[in-house]
Design a protein around this ligand. Structure first.
Ligand code: G16
Length: 542
């Protein structure tokens, strides 16, 4: 039986950089989830009888939301739902299932690297038929719909048992509960040289992968330990927990500190890696050397041809605007296109679909390729392993050789979290107001060459996305970028991205913050960070 339930709209269901992210109690309000899911269905057409993929990162409220989504998909006329066993699907695995099954789209439940639990974060994201996050045109339509929605449809059905694989029925709709790992692991076997990586592990190579009590645990155990022969225990914190063990499942130097300390210690293994809540981010650390996400993108692009899936070469490289320009010089040397997009993986979808880019990456610990339409944490780890297996050099050697060839982009991001929203907006407004007067001025001994608010013209569909971050470029190629995060759930987060290009190998050994000191001071002078936020220093430095 299908019920049409009357409802009243919420005014705050605006999707951010990556779907709707709020605190769990917000999602638990009456009809909050139902309103948003119905608004998704109301904003896309042609799904009757089609397939919808549903899964999440296993955080608190995942299972309840999946049951709701299944009942609403049935009532709205979908023909089939594919859902991961236990409600689990990493974001890249969900993207792959959408593509492999020619699904109409997918609902991905995650708040990524944000903490989970009854008072922590939750999120709902809609992905389209190419497997990628819905483009802005659709997220805007969803938001518009949430503001006027007055009813939703839901089937009156018992809950589906998510812990058994198999095909079940939910009204006229089939529900296929699938193993979340199998299809994804098979895709990885096609892309990478598993024999070479197995040989690397059997030669005594040791790694640690920190799943951070989040979704990649089962994937890492199956792929790294079972299929590639890494020693048992290589995948740590490998059981997904609803609250991620009380931690932030954010693979950065603050929240993956144990891994970082291990990798900097005397008994460090050869390779350390971590992934986030929903498995799309990655952290890469060699013995005694952290690889910034921007450098990782450049290095993966420069070496991708060593993996079978990329042996034909790359069509192009895409990076988000705040990501360092390290990848640009790789693209230049390879003679392929380099695309600079706004922050948000959704902007890569068109470039990948059109065959303009093969590899994409972001400073926010995301790297991926055209194998799916999401960034992919384990994919990045496996590509690194493939490169290490072929080159048989240490990660440090590979990175320093890369810098010697291309130059080094010193890079850091300073985050000011939980800033008062009005203060953060005032800072950005003031910054925008002085853009015209900055060029030619001198700050901390640096001369401003250009300053603008980044706008993106999508070369495929011609759409324009304005106000994507303020960039201040200095003579000599250094720059600072300011933008407000679109993924936070309380207050505002100011992100300041700082970058200096250093071509000279004898100067490649500096400590990063020291190498950027004058730019950091210039950023504060230009934007008045302390004045506007009242913060003497950033909350997180990565
Ligand atoms: C999401 C997006 C990424 C973006 C990141 C940070 O990642 O998919 O494209 O770079 O947020 O965005 P912001 O700087 O606006 O907070 P994830 O891993 O959170 O889904």
């Amino acid at each position: 039986m299908i019920s049409i339930v009357e409802t009243t709209p919420y005014q705050d269901q605006k999707p951010g950089t990556s779907g709707l992210r709020k605190k769990v109690p917000v999602f638990q309000q009456k009809n909050y989830v139902e309103n948003f899911i119905q608004s998704i269905f109301d904003s896309v057409a042609g799904y009757r009888g089609e397939t919808l993929v549903i899964g999440g990162d296993g955080r608190f409220f995942n299972r309840e939301t999946i049951q709701t989504a299944i009942k609403m998909a049935s009532a709205n006329g979908f023909g089939r739902v594919i859902v991961g066993k236990g409600g689990i699907l990493s974001t890249p695995a969900a993207s792959h299932l959408i593509r492999k099954n020619d699904a109409f789209g997918g609902i991905v439940l995650s708040a990524s690297h944000n903490p989970g639990g009854p008072d922590e974060d939750f999120g709902i994201k809609y992905n389209v038929g190419n497997g990628g996050p819905a483009p802005e045109k659709i997220t805007e339509a969803i938001y518009a719909r949430t503001r006027e929605i007055d009813r939703y449809a839901i089937a009156d059905l018992p809950d589906i048992d998510l812990d058994e694989t198999g095909v079940f029925s939910a009204g006229d709709m089939a529900v296929e509960v699938v193993d979340p790992v199998t299809d994804y692991a098979e895709l990885m076997e096609i892309l990478f040289d598993f024999d070479a990586i197995r040989a690397l592990f059997s030669s005594g190579f040791r790694m640690v992968f920190d799943a951070m009590h989040a979704v990649t645990g089962p994937y890492a155990v199956e792929i790294l330990e079972r299929r590639l022969g890494a020693e048992p225990g290589t995948a740590r914190n490998a059981v997904p927990l609803e609250d991620f063990g009380g931690h932030h499942p954010d693979p950065n130097l603050v929240h993956a500190r144990d891994l970082y300390d291990l990798m900097m210690s005397q008994n460090a293994p050869d390779f350390g890696a971590a992934s986030d809540g929903d498995g799309d981010r990655n952290l890469i650390i060699g013995k005694g050397i952290f690889v910034t996400p921007s450098d990782s993108l450049a290095l993966l692009a420069a070496n991708a041809h060593l993996a079978p899936g990329y042996s034909a070469g790359l069509k192009g490289i895409a990076r988000s605007m705040p990501t360092s320009a390290a990848a640009d010089r790789v693209a230049e040397k390879l003679g392929i296109g380099l695309y600079e997009t706004p922050t948000g993986w959704k902007f890569f979808g068109n470039l990948l679909d059109a065959g303009l880019a093969t590899i994409c990456g972001e400073e926010s610990a995301g790297t991926g390729s055209d194998h799916v339409r999401e960034k992919d944490g384990l994919w990045a780890v496996l590509l690194w392993l493939n490169i290490l297996a072929v080159r048989r050099q240490s990660l440090r050697q590979i990175v320093t050789e890369h810098w010697a060839t291309y130059g080094r982009n010193y890079y850091s991001r300073h985050d000011y979290e939980g800033v008062d929203t009005d203060d953060a907006n005032a800072l950005m407004e003031a910054l925008r107001g002085k853009l015209a007067t900055l060029p030619g001025s001198s700050v901390e001994g640096l001369t401003v060459a250009t300053a603008d608010d980044f706008a993106y013209l999508d070369p495929v569909d011609g759409s324009v996305s304005a106000n994507q971050g303020v960039r201040v470029l200095f003579e000599g190629g250094s720059r600072v970028v300011f933008r407000l995060s679109g993924t936070g759930t309380s207050g505002a987060t100011l992100r300041v991205y700082i970058e200096r290009f250093e071509p000279e190998p004898s100067r490649h050994d500096m400590e990063t913050q020291a190498a950027l000191a004058d730019l950091i001071a210039a950023a504060d002078r230009i934007a008045g960070i302390r004045k506007h936020t009242g913060r003497p220093s950033p909350s997180v430095i990565t």
